[in-house]
Design a protein around this ligand. Structure first.
Ligand code: SF4
Length: 311
């Protein structure tokens, strides 16, 4: 009798807790969706990625990022004051155990026009690259050529890829650490055949957000290691470095990312980018010029620092 009474008393309380938890989760998910829409919309606007009348080919690999890209672009298309078309394209490279039914089933349900391109690049790569060597560079070259052709055939003038902020940062550090170049992954660029505009609408989105969004939406993820290629070790190191910075130095990764949009060529050393060789004095003070002997004002003065007014 006693236990019955306790159960009856506890039931409403635990229902209330669950309801509150569900409400909180729904609120967080809604915030995530809004954030993704805002950041994608902002990147599209900042780089003028999509214009009225565009036909955008959204490359769908079956990974979390490309699913998120397609989903958010479809939401934005509903709200946009301009008209643009979307075609989802998957390249089935005939990798072992690739489940060919997953994407068509998802896309049919979504009601978006799509095309599945079947090309056995896997066999070509296996035939041409000796066992144990990295296959990614040939594989991506083949993939790129095929996707450009498909974009032509489908009449798409824009090709949207699902690279996000973390991909951009990793590429930036890879190029700097291992290639000796200040070079990232552009949010918008002309394809190497000169015919298409390649866009990366997730450029401002963190990977953690696409990860979470994929969970929330229950995207039918297709694993990305079907080809059997090992993940690039250098990229793995960079990823780990960035994760460590995120944890130990909040704000640092954001600052590095924002520095990619705030470049001062006159304060780097690329002689092609800035005319150092022909640089002349003109006698005109420049408030934005180098304050040659001053420290950069990185931090606010502490009690140990002497301000100019104290001197
Ligand atoms: S991981 Fe596999 S599918 Fe991806 S680029 Fe490399 S070889 Fe190609």
């Amino acid at each position: 009798m006693n236990s019955m009474t306790t159960e009856n008393l506890e039931q409403p309380a635990s229902d209330e807790v669950s309801a509150k938890r569900l409400e909180k989760i729904a609120h967080e998910n809604n915030k995530l969706h809004k954030r993704l829409c805002r950041l994608v919309g902002q990147a599209i606007g900042d780089f003028n990625m999509i214009e009225d009348g565009d036909k955008v080919m959204v490359c769908l690999s079956g990974g979390k990022d490309s699913y998120a890209l397609l989903d958010i672009l479809m939401t934005l298309r509903e709200r946009a004051p301009i008209h643009f078309d979307i075609v989802a394209v998957n390249l089935d490279q005939k990798q072992p155990n690739f489940p060919p039914e997953v994407l068509p089933a998802y896309l049919d349900k979504l009601g978006v026009p799509y095309h599945i391109e079947n090309q056995d690049t896997y066999s070509i790569v296996k035939r041409l690259i000796p066992e144990g060597k990295t296959t990614c560079s040939l594989c991506s070259r083949l993939r790129r050529g095929i996707l450009y052709r498909v974009a032509d055939e489908l009449g798409c003038n824009k090709i949207a890829l699902g690279h996000h902020r973390d991909d951009i940062l990793e590429t930036f550090f890879l190029n700097m650490f291992f290639g000796g170049k200040l070079k990232g992954m552009p949010a918008k660029l002309v394809s190497d055949d000169g015919k298409h505009m390649v866009i990366r609408p997730l450029a401002y989105v963190k990977e953690a957000d696409t990860e979470r969004y994929a969970e929330v939406k229950g995207f039918p993820i297709i694993p990305c290691d079907l080809c059997g290629s090992q993940e690039n070790l250098q990229r793995k190191q960079i990823k780990a470095m960035l994760r460590e910075w995120e944890k130990k130095h909040p704000g640092r990764v954001e600052n590095v990312f924002s520095s990619l949009s705030t470049v001062v060529p006159s304060h780097l050393q690329d002689r092609d980018l800035f005319g150092f060789v022909g640089l002349k004095t003109d006698g005109v003070p420049n408030p934005l010029g180098d304050i040659a002997f001053d420290e950069e004002p990185c931090s606010t003065p502490t009690s140990n620092t002497i301000s100019l007014t104290q001197l």
